[in-house]
Design a protein around this ligand. Structure first.
Ligand code: RIB
Length: 294
């Protein structure tokens, strides 16, 4: 990571999350009665940018929302969290929407309609990461835009992080420009497992395993394990995003990855104890307090 670079740039999606509480996901052909739990700011990119800023890093967000009320809400959310807005507005599509089924026990199932997220241009993504020390992306925006951002970041000497969510085979083509790949167990399996990911170019794979903690896989080294913080989850939506955002922020501050993973786990635990994918309860102080319980 070059010393000329600073802060975090997050390239990704911004969605309006429409949350319904329901005992289980519906089966094909079935109508279930649930309870409308609210409309929340979301999107993996926005959630990660907000978590990075709330973890204390100067953070910018590169993404696209529609010229509508939901877009206004998402732009305000970023501003309130202290994220530098590189958010673009488009008339070509409405703001992305995520239908979130909040299941009993804190788990969730999500369906995303990309809307304006599909409008993120590769040249904008590449331009927006200039000067950032750490660049973090996910896969809810066009793959070509993610590829352009990671390439530009790599050429500039930034540290590149990819959260391969939702998992898609195209992630494998991006790994040549990725320093740290973050996947959960489902995503890891869908992409062929840790060895396949190392072989495809990811030197470092961070495998998140929910209540079983996090594994740090470095090619050719012993696996390190970071235990999870013990919490009673309220809503796990966005907990993985908080993990990614806080990891980026802590790495941008110069921490070794082993320490950054502890802070990232604390961020995920804080968000999982609140409803919605973002919470102002995530602060540098709250992170220090939780990490100190280790
Ligand atoms: O990771 C959680 C996020 O996934 C939600 O906020 C939803 O918008 C989808 O992008």
């Amino acid at each position: 990571m070059s010393e000329r670079l600073s802060g975090v740039a997050v390239v990704g999606s911004a969605n309006l999350d429409l949350v319904v509480e329901v005992a289980r996901p519906p089966r094909v052909g079935e109508t279930l009665l649930g309870r409308a739990a609210g409309r929340f700011p979301g999107g993996k990119g926005l959630n990660q940018a907000v978590a990075s800023a709330r973890s204390g890093a100067p953070t910018r967000f590169c993404g696209v929302v529609g010229a509508d009320e939901a877009g206004d809400l998402l732009q305000r959310t970023l501003t309130d969290a202290g994220v530098d807005g590189l958010v673009r507005r488009t008339d070509a599509a409405p703001t992305g929407v995520a239908h979130v089924f909040a299941l009993e026990g804190g788990d969730n199932s999500i369906v995303v309609a990309a809307g304006a997220n599909a409008e993120l241009a590769a040249e904008d993504a590449a331009a927006d990461v200039a000067g950032a020390a750490v660049v973090l992306a996910q896969l809810e925006v066009p793959a070509a835009s993610v590829a352009a951002a990671l390439r530009a970041a790599r050429v500039a000497g930034a540290l590149t992080l990819l959260n391969a969510a939702p998992a898609a085979a195209r992630a494998l083509d991006l790994l040549g420009d990725v320093d740290v790949l973050i996947v959960n167990e489902t995503e890891c399996e869908e992409l062929g497992g840790v060895d396949a990911l190392h072989a495809a170019g990811a030197a470092i794979v961070v495998l998140t395993r929910g209540a079983d903690g996090v594994e740090l896989h470095r090619r050719g080294a012993e696996v390190a394990h970071v235990p999870a913080f013990s919490i009673v989850p309220v809503d796990t939506t966005g907990a993985g995003d908080a993990f990614c955002g806080a990891l980026a922020a802590t790495l941008a501050a110069g921490a070794p990855i082993e320490d950054a993973l502890v802070t990232a786990s604390a961020a995920g635990a804080i968000v999982a104890q609140h409803q919605g994918a973002n919470t102002p309860a995530l602060t540098p102080e709250a992170l220090r307090t939780m990490v100190a319980t280790r």
